[in-house]
Design a protein. Structure first.
Length: 213
């Protein structure tokens, strides 16, 4: 939490500094953006071991894991660009869900663990206008996340747990398009506790002027 507020304070100071030191002829603008992508939690079957269980009749079953670590990610951003090479934004991010399922061969018995992650982002973007309408950017910041973990047995929820924290994110991407409406594309890594979640995606960004030129 302390890192989150420290980052917010630094962003506010940077915003004030760059607003007053904008390049000649540059007009400060605000923007809104929406991204759609694929999240990848980078899990594998080797991260989860199998196990055996014996029923009341003395039959032994081997449970083996299957992993689904990819889902749809959604992001919504509101930002301001006070300098040709700097933009700051806050947003909401939903990374979707990842799950691991244990199934006993030859039976309908299954156990499934699911985790969903979402939260708020505070980011700074370093912009490098390049060829024609293309702008490259590097992005970093803090992700204030919360997670919801559930364990289901044959579809019924047996246990659940909530957690939260603040961790960094970083990525690269590009903007391309026209004066106010631009397309976005990029890849970003979010560090959620001890798990790295990569998001590949893109979306639309609309900007509008703020104040005078």
């Amino acid at each position: 939490m302390q890192r989150f507020f420290m980052g917010a304070a630094c962003a506010a100071i940077a915003l004030s500094t760059f607003t007053s030191a904008s390049a000649s002829g540059f007009q400060t603008s605000a923007y809104v953006a929406a991204d759609l992508g694929r999240s990848d939690a980078n899990f594998s079957r080797s991260d989860f071991g199998g196990f055996q269980a014996t029923d009341s009749g003395g039959s032994t079953y081997v449970f083996t894991p299957s992993v689904d670590d990819k889902d749809v990610a959604l992001a919504f951003l509101v930002g301001i660009q006070p300098h040709p090479n700097i933009a700051l934004d806050v947003g909401y991010l939903d990374l979707g869900e990842a799950s691991v399922t244990y199934q006993a061969a030859g039976t309908d018995v299954s156990a499934k663990g699911e985790i969903g992650v979402d939260g708020m982002t505070l980011g700074i973007n370093l912009l490098a206008p390049s060829y024609r309408q293309v702008t490259l950017f590097a992005r970093g910041g803090l992700f204030r996340w919360s997670s919801d973990t559930r364990v289901r047995i044959d579809g019924a929820t047996l246990a659940s747990d909530d957690d939260d924290g603040t961790d960094p994110f970083y990525g690269v991407g590009l903007l391309f398009g026209w004066d106010n409406l631009r397309f976005r594309a990029g890849v970003t890594r979010y560090e959620v506790e001890d798990t790295d979640i990569d998001v590949y995606g893109g979306g639309l960004q609309y900007r509008f002027p703020v104040g005078g030129a």
